[in-house]
Write a protein that binds this ligand. Structure first.
Ligand code: NAD
Length: 512
C-alpha cells in the first residue's frame, strides 16, 4: 500500500496530509483533521487536514488569478495541457486505480476503469478544444453581421461524491479547462486521498507551466467548505454530484444568487425484461448493474420489471447467478464485489431489507451483513434480491447498496408506467427483440429518464454521450455531446458595417 501511495506523491509520515491546494500546497491548512478509511478492512489509509474559510479564500484567489491568464490562451493550447494531463494519468493508471479501490472499495477492474474514463474525457476535451463552435445568423438589417460566441465563464466550483472519486472530477475539470475556466474542487470527505493524488498528477503538468492555479483543491465537509462554495458569487457555476438531498440544497442556494448549477444527483434505475427478450443478455446486464460496484453507482440497477410470462424463469436464473458472485477484498483479482462504503450504508440496506419483509415481500437471496476472511473490519453486505409488490413504498427511493427489487408486470405499458412512477430520472433499459417495444420505450410516451438503453443495462455509460438525468436527478448533463456549453457563457454579437443605424423590427426613432 505504501508503494502505491508514494508513487502518487503521498508520503507516509506521522504528520497529516494537507488537503488544500491553492495554486500551491498549503502547508498547514486550518480545518479539522479527518482519517480516510479503507471500507474493505476498516484500516486507516491516512489523515487529511481540511481547509477552513481562510484556505477556501486562498483557493478562490488562486483560481481568480489563474483565470485572468488561462482564459487568454487559445483554446487549442489549453487542450495541449489537457493532453499532457491525460498522458500523466496514463502513466499512473494502475496506481491511481488501486487507490480508488482502497479508498472507495470498488474492485480493481472498476478502479482502473474509472481512471480510463478520466483518460477518455481528456482525449475528448483535447478534440473539443478545436470545436467550441458558435452559430452565425442572418441579420434582418442590411449590412449587419450577427453571430454567437462562447467565452470562459470564470472560476467554477466542483463538488463530487464518494462513489466516483476521480472520474467525475475529470468529466468537469477537463471540459471546463479547455473552455478556459479555472476551478476549485471539493471532493467527498470520504475519499480525500483520491483528490490529493489527482491533484499531484495534474500538478506535474500545470505547475512547471505556471498554471498551478487552474486546478485547485479544498478538502472539507459541507461546513464550512461546501456551503462557502455554493453561496459564493465569485463562482458563477457550481457543478455538484451526489444525493438528491444535497442537490436540493445546492440548487436552492445557487439559484438564490442567480448562479448556474449543474446537478448530477441520485438515480432509481429500472431495467425492463419483456417476454421476447434474450434472457441471457438481460441476466448479465442485471448482474453487472445491480452487483457491480456493490450497487453504489448512480446508474446501478435498482428495479427489475419482469414480464409475467418470463418472471418465474428469470427469477430462478438470477438467483442462481447471484450465488456465483465472489464477494471479498476488492484488491484481489478474482473478486467481483467489494464492500459498501461504511456502517451507515450497511444500516440503510438492513433497514430496506426489513421493510421488504414487513411489506409482505420476499428476500430471495442475501439480505445480511457478511464477514470476509482477512477483511474482518470491512463493511460487506450480501448481494440481495427482493421480490416486492408494485406498491412497495421503497420502490420510489434510492438505497445505495447491492439490493435489487424484482416486480412482475403485465405488459410494456404497465412496465413503462411503473418505471416512470418515481421521483428520479437517471437511467433506464429495456430488453426486447421487438422493434415496436423498443421504439415505444424510446418514444415520447416512453422512458422519462436522461438515459434510455435497449438491450444494454442501466449502468456504465460512454463518455461521448451527454450524461445525466431528469426530475430529482437534477437535469444536468456532463461529459460528451454539447455538455461543454454549461462551462461557458454565450454572447450574441451584431456588427454594423454601414453608415446607417437601422433598428430591428423596422422601428423608426428620432425627429421626423
Ligand atoms: P452526498 O450527497 O452525501 O455528498 C456528495 C458531495 O456533496 C460531498 O462532497 C459532500 O460533502 C457534498 N455536500 C453535501 N452537502 C453539501 C452542502 N450543503 N453544500 C455543499 N456540498 C455538500 O452523496 P454521496 O453519498 O457522496 O454519493 C452518493 C450519491 O451520489 C448517490 O445518491 C448517487 O446516486 C449520487 N451520484 C450521482 C451521480 C450522477 O451523475 N447522477 C454520479 C455519482 C453519484
Amino acid at each position: 500500500m505504501q508503494d502505491i501511495l508514494q508513487s502518487l506523491g503521498i508520503q507516509a509520515t506521522d504528520k497529516p496530509l494537507s488537503g488544500v491546494y491553492a495554486g500551491g500546497w498549503v502547508a498547514t491548512p486550518g480545518g479539522e483533521t479527518l482519517s480516510s478509511t479503507n471500507p474493505a478492512t476498516g484500516s486507516n489509509l491516512g489523515r487529511v487536514v481540511h481547509g477552513d474559510s481562510a484556505d477556501y479564500e486562498a483557493c478562490v484567489a488562486a483560481a481568480q488569478e489563474a483565470f485572468l491568464r488561462w482564459r487568454m490562451l487559445p483554446a487549442p493550447q489549453r487542450g495541449e495541457y489537457i493532453r499532457l494531463c491525460g498522458e500523466a494519468l496514463r502513466a499512473k493508471k494502475t496506481e491511481l486505480g488501486a487507490l480508488v479501490t482502497m479508498e472507495m472499495g470498488k474492485i480493481r477492474a472498476e478502479g482502473e476503469g474509472e481512471v480510463q474514463e478520466m483518460i477518455d474525457i481528456a482525449d475528448f476535451a483535447v478534440g473539443l478544444s478545436r470545436q467550441l463552435y458558435g452559430l452565425t445568423m442572418h441579420s434582418e438589417r442590411p449590412g449587419h453581421r450577427m453571430y454567437e460566441q462562447w467565452h470562459p465563464i470564470g472560476p467554477i466550483g466542483i463538488i463530487s461524491a464518494f462513489n466516483f472519486p476521480v472520474a467525475v472530477w475529470a468529466w468537469n475539470a477537463f471540459l471546463a479547462a479547455v473552455c478556459g475556466d479555472t476551478m476549485i474542487w471539493k471532493p467527498s470527505e470520504i475519499t480525500p486521498l483520491c483528490g490529493i493524488a489527482v491533484q499531484n498528477i495534474v500538478n506535474e503538468v500545470m505547475e512547471p507551466a505556471g498554471f498551478g492555479g487552474v486546478f485547485n483543491l479544498c478538502c472539507g465537509t459541507a461546513e464550512p467548505v461546501g456551503e462557502a462554495m455554493i453561496a459564493d458569487r465569485r463562482l458563477p457555476l457550481i457543478s455538484a454530484t451526489g444525493s438528491v438531498r444535497m442537490g436540493k440544497r445546492v440548487g436552492e442556494v445557487v439559484g438564490g444568487r442567480l448562479g448556474r448549477s449543474l446537478l448530477e444527483l441520485g438515480g432509481n434505475n429500472a431495467l425492463l425484461v419483456m417476454d421476447d427478450a434474450n434472457l441471457d443478455l438481460a441476466l448479465s446486464a442485471v448482474l453487472f448493474g445491480a452487483v457491480g460496484t456493490a450497487g453504489q453507482r448512480c446508474t446501478s440497477t435498482r428495479r427489475v420489471l419482469l414480464h409475467k410470462d418470463i418472471a418465474e424463469e428469470f427469477t430462478t436464473r438470477l438467483c442462481q447467478a447471484y450465488k456465483q458472485v465472489n464477494m471479498g477484498d476488492p484488491l484481489a483479482s478474482d473478486t467481483l464485489m467489494g464492500p459498501v462504503i461504511n456502517e451507515a450504508s450497511v444500516n440503510a440496506m438492513l433497514a430496506a431489507v426489513a421493510a421488504v419483509k414487513e411489506s409482505g415481500g420476499e428476500i430471495l437471496t442475501g439480505g445480511e451483513q457478511a464477514t470476509i476472511d482477512g477483511c474482518e473490519g470491512g463493511t460487506f453486505m450480501q448481494p440481495t434480491i427482493a421480490r416486492v409488490s408494485k406498491d412497495f413504498h421503497l420502490l420510489k427511493e434510492e438505497t445505495f447498496a447491492p439490493l435489487v427489487y424484482l416486480v412482475t408486470v403485465n405488459d410494456l405499458d404497465d412496465a413503462i408506467a411503473l418505471q416512470n412512477d418515481v421521483p428520479q430520472g437517471l437511467s433506464s433499459a429495456v430488453f426486447t427483440t421487438s422493434v415496436q417495444s423498443s421504439e415505444s420505450f424510446l418514444g415520447h410516451a416512453g422512458s422519462d429518464c436522461g438515459i434510455a438503453n435497449v438491450n444494454i443495462g442501466t449502468s456504465g455509460a460512454e463518455i461521448g454521450g451527454a450524461f445525466g438525468g431528469e426530475k430529482d436527478t437534477g437535469g444536468g448533463r456532463e461529459a460528451g455531446s454539447d455538455s461543454w456549453k454549461a462551462y461557458m457563457r454565450r454572447q450574441t454579437c451584431t456588427i454594423n458595417y454601414t453608415d446607417e443605424l437601422p433598428l430591428a423590427q423596422g422601428i423608426r426613432f428620432g425627429p421626423a
